[in-house]
Each structure stands twice: as C-alpha cells, then as structure tokens.
Write a protein that binds this ligand. Structure first.
Ligand SMILES: C[S@@+](CC[C@H](N)C(=O)[O-])C[C@H]1O[C@@H](n2cnc3c(N)ncnc32)[C@H](O)[C@@H]1O
Length: 212
C-alpha cells in the first residue's frame, strides 16, 4: 500500500546519492559498538529496522554475523543496499515493510533502529511499534535504539520527528525492557553540521516481567 510516508522515502532514495543525506555514515561506529557489546552468537538473528541503505549490514557481515535482516519501508533503499553488497546481498534477509505493519517471521536476539523510530509521532503508531518489538524480540534479547535527542533537530529528512532523552526513551520502553546503557553523541553530517542523538540499549524482559 502506498502511504505518504512510503512515497516520501521512495522519493528520497530514488533521487539522492548515498552521501547526500544527513544520516550517512561511512562506518556506523556507535551502532557497531553497541551490538558488539552484547553477548550474542554470530548465528543470532539481528534485524536493522529502517536500515535503508545504511552500511551497518556491511559491517555486521564483515564481523561474521550470519543471520542479518534489514527492514525498510522503501524498496528503493533496499535495492541500493543490495546493489552495493553484490554477491554478499544473498546472505541477508531483506524486508520491504512499514515497521508498524511488520509481522516478524522469527524472534530476534538483536533489534537495532537508528533514526527510524523517531519518525513515529502519534501515540497509536508508537504503541504499534512497541507491541511489534515486544513480540519480535526474544526474551533476554536486545533492543538498540538511536533517535535525535532533546538537543538535536526537530526534523529529519524534512519530516517532523519525536526527540527522546535517556529518561523519556527508558520510560517509553520500561514495561517490557530493562535499560542497559545510554549515551548521547554528535553525529557529523556530510554537510558539516551536527545532530545530537540519544542511543540506548535495552534487554527484553520475559513474559512475567522478569529478566530471563
Ligand atoms: C533517517 S533514515 C536512517 C537510515 C539508517 N537507519 C541509518 O542510520 O543510516 C530513516 C530510515 O527509516 C526508514 N523508515 C521511515 N519510516 C519507516 C517505517 N514506518 N517503517 C520502516 N522504515 C521506515 C526510511 O525509509 C529510512 O531508510
């Protein structure tokens, strides 16, 4: 189904070069530092939500992760990432879907999201995301989330976003996730500006609300 959000992102990835967008990184160091800090096997299912044509998948493949999934609302972004990876693209599970409509085919040990969750600005969409993430992440599995901070921009790619502090992000996820670590960081855009992010990792509680 074509929604205004999907049309926006198909247009962005259909018209802009990889390094012509503010979120571009040659190496996603913070994301990789978070993922590598987690005690998960290289065979674990790891999903990058709103991964677009991010090079996180390249970095994960390089480190030897074997079950990588990339989900994005934009088919054009996935096509760009697949082209860049060439033969290695066949090692990755690719999903074109709005995350709020996602039916996870497996349970994930790691759910990573850099700058996708913050586009959900209505209570309804946020609740849907939370319930899908709760269901998709294995009890004892991990959520790594990066959004613009309260010192960051109020828009991303021209769209309104919701900023998070460590406290507001933790509060949003606390019913099912235990906070592990949070940082703020300045992302240097390709246009020589900075964007302040909040990045946190969380551990999924088990169904009874306790840690497995
Ligand atoms: C600012 S970009 C960040 C891309 C990538 N995570 C990175 O850090 O380089 C936001 C990404 O989220 C995707 N996105 C936005 N809303 C989405 C949604 N509702 N479901 C799935 N993907 C979405 C966009 O297509 C885009 O690739």
């Amino acid at each position: 189904m074509s929604t205004p959000e999907k049309r926006h992102w198909e247009n962005v990835y259909g018209t802009k070069a990889e390094d012509d967008v503010s979120w571009f990184q040659t190496y996603p160091k913070t994301s990789m530092d978070f993922v590598e800090s987690l005690p998960v096997d290289l065979s674990a299912n790891i999903i990058d939500i709103g991964g677009g044509d991010s090079r996180l998948v390249d970095a994960l493949l390089e480190k030897g992760y074997q079950n990588i999934w990339v989900l994005d609302i934009s088919a054009a972004s996935i096509e760009k990432a697949r082209k860049r990876l060439g033969a290695n693209a066949a090692k990755v599970h690719w999903i074109v879907s709005d995350v709020t409509e996602f039916t996870p085919p497996v349970k994930y040990r790691v759910w990573h999201d850099r700058a996708a969750f913050h586009f959900l600005t209505t209570g309804d969409k946020i609740t849907r995301y939370l319930s899908i993430a709760e269901d998709a992440i294995h009890p004892g599995g991990y959520l790594v989330l990066g959004t613009f901070s309260e010192n960051g921009p109020t828009k991303c790619s021209g769209l309104e976003i919701k900023q998070y502090s460590e406290t507001s992000m933790t509060t949003q996820f606390e019913s099912s996730f235990e906070k592990l670590q949070c940082i703020t960081e300045d992302h240097q855009t390709p246009f020589n500006t900075t964007q302040n992010f909040t990045f946190c990792s969380f551990r999924r509680n088990n169904k009874a609300g306790n840690i497995e």
